[in-house]
Ligand binder design. Structure first.
Ligand code: SF4
Length: 223
């Protein structure tokens, strides 16, 4: 019964290839301010912010980095203090030991292999200690060269609700989205879905009646 209901909803809205264009367009209009919530002024600050954002909120990271970035301006600065001092300075972001170690390892590698600059390619970024694929994707996209699509909890939930994927695994969801969305939108799409997910299509109570894509969404509760 539930299955046939889902099938009927999918038929009603049509194939995802036909829906993705208007979905992206309308979300862009609804959330013109959708962008990364982390605050940074340089490529190095971007990388550090994204590394610190694991397992915590962007608001929390911004609170910590407001002071951190006054003290640590170059890769050398992270290596010039004892590890414990760096741990204290990033303590409030959680997992501070792990993160301090990753930051110091990353700074050392930036200096040794990349001339102190943040690399732009995902395959280079993932070589940095503590930089996973998701972090690398976020950094590359913000540097204007998206090479993948960031799949976080909001992107996963909205992609599923909007019928853009049937998968649970973030790697498979990313693959589905890459096939559907033009490369020029790979960097923007996650921000649109994250902001729509926070403002309208929340995990607990999606506000379908206020949603600009409700007629294109097989999960819409609007009849
Ligand atoms: S119609 Fe409802 S379920 Fe679908 S994207 Fe909008 S808020 Fe989410």
């Amino acid at each position: 019964m539930a299955r046939s209901y889902v099938g009927e909803a999918r038929r009603r809205v049509g194939p995802r290839r036909a829906r993705i264009g208007p979905i992206v367009e309308r979300l862009e209009q609804a959330h013109p301010d959708a962008k990364i919530a982390l605050r940074f002024r340089s490529e190095l600050e971007l990388l550090v912010s994204v590394m610190l954002s694991a397992q915590t909120t962007d608001v929390n990271v911004n609170r910590v980095t407001a002071r951190l970035f006054e003290k640590y301006r170059r890769p050398e600065d992270y290596l010039a203090v004892p590890q414990e001092e760096l741990e204290r300075d990033i303590y409030a972001t959680g997992f501070f030991r792990q993160k301090a170690k990753a930051l110091r390892g990353t700074m050392a590698m930036l200096l040794e292999r990349f001339g102190g600059e943040v690399p732009r390619r995902v395959d280079e970024l993932v070589q940095l200690p503590g930089v996973a694929r998701k972090t690398a994707n976020v950094v590359a996209a913000e540097l204007g060269e998206p090479q993948g699509i960031v799949v976080d909890t909001h992107v996963r939930r909205l992609s599923q609700r909007l019928g853009l994927t049937r998968h649970e695994d973030p790697v498979k969801i990313e693959r589905d989205l890459q096939r559907l969305v033009p490369r020029a939108k790979w960097g923007l799409l996650p921000h649109l879905l994250i902001w729509h997910g926070r403002r309208v299509c929340t995990a607990r109570a999606p506000r379908c009646e206020d949603c600009v894509v409700s007629d294109l969404c097989p999960s819409s509760r609007v009849t």
